[in-house]
Design a protein around this ligand. Structure first.
Ligand code: CP
Ligand code: NVA
Length: 314
């Protein structure tokens, strides 16, 4: 395959899956599939390109895979943590963005406020990729559905169940499902449902794709017949002081073998990681043969390389 022949994405930045069209997702998956199969021999499509990685929060997978991804593609990355940049505090987001545009070829940002990533993109002359905000985690959602496509062949018309907090990861999964015609059921405790803006956006996307989007509070109902069961931490980064309170509220939402038995026969389990064994998922489930969490973690690398390549190449 000649990567150069793949047309550009319809966007200049990757902030939300809701900004993408189905063809964009297909392009990302085609490039990721090729880069995965040809890791050692693929052309260095981003030779001499420089990526700034600005992280206000902790990370293992996102940080390592973007850095290694740049190296694989012949470029390099510079990591800046919160203390160094203090986006919007030491200097305005606009000025950070304008400076970066003079030195670098792309930015990945992991921030608390979603607005910070949007503002970086607004003032940037180089592509900005959302590496997670309190609202969305698009690189994760794209990867999860890539893994699902590898396992199932196609996600259209299949059933996806998300059990737990209606958080950033959940929001990007709802977008990904709605864009690709996958049915999604989300079970969350009252008061922890996904944001209604995301659900309404997804309902509009679903009119074209045929997805069914259901929000409920009963985990068994959400999981019934599902091809994939997904969960994430009960307290996200920035919510550490709510950990105890949430542990009690969310305990009926733990994904265990009994809950998995309600899913389809060949159902898989996914989690974005990091996971808390014994909290949102039992060891029995996450360490089972039907758990694809490490295949999914590997795919973060391939998907992000595809995103970087499609946004940053000449
Ligand atoms: N899933 C994920 O984004 O992992 P990190 O927080 O370790 O980057
Ligand atoms: N919802 C989690 C995802 C971590 C990858 C968080 O924001 O902490």
């Amino acid at each position: 395959m000649n990567l150069e022949e793949i047309q550009a994405l319809s966007v200049s930045h990757l902030i939300s899956i809701a900004d993408l069209c189905l063809e964009d997702v297909q392009k990302i998956y085609t490039v990721a599939e090729y880069l995965k199969a040809n890791r050692a021999t693929a052309p260095k499509g981003l030779a001499d390109k420089r990526l700034a990685m600005m992280f206000e929060k902790e990370s293992l997978r996102t940080r390592v895979t973007f850095d290694v991804g740049m190296q694989d593609l012949g470029g390099s990355a510079v990591y800046l943590d919160y203390q160094e940049v203090r986006l919007g505090a030491r200097e305005s987001i606009k000025d950070v963005s304008r400076n970066m545009s003079r030195w670098m070829h792309g930015i990945v940002a992991r921030t608390y406020r979603h607005r910070t990533v949007q503002d970086l993109a607004k003032h940037s002359e180089i592509p900005v990729v959302n590496g997670l905000t309190d609202y969305l985690h698009p690189c994760q959602g794209l990867t999860d559905f890539f893994t699902l496509t590898e396992v199932l062949g196609s996600v259209k018309g299949r059933r996806f169940a998300y059990v737990g907090d209606g958080n950033n990861t959940c929001h990007s999964l709802i977008h990904a499902a709605a864009l690709q015609g996958c049915h999604i059921s989300v079970a969350s405790p009252e008061g922890y449902e996904p944001n209604s803006r995301v659900v309404n956006q997804a309902m509009r996307m679903a009119q074209e794709s045929g997805s069914e989007i259901r929000i409920m509070d009963n985990p068994r109902e959400a999981v019934a017949g599902a091809d994939c069961v997904y969960t994430d931490v009960w307290a996200s980064m920035g919510q550490e002081d709510e950990t105890e309170e949430r542990a009690e509220i969310f305990s009926p939402y733990r994904v265990d073998a009994a809950l998995m038995s309600k899913a389809a026969n060949e159902a898989i389990f996914l989690h974005c990681l990091p996971a808390h064994r014994g909290a949102e998922v039992t060891s029995e489930v996450i360490d089972s043969p039907y758990s694809k969490v490490y295949q999914n973690a590997e795919n973060r690398l391939h998907i992000q390389k595809a995103i970087l390549y499609l946004l940053m190449r000449d």
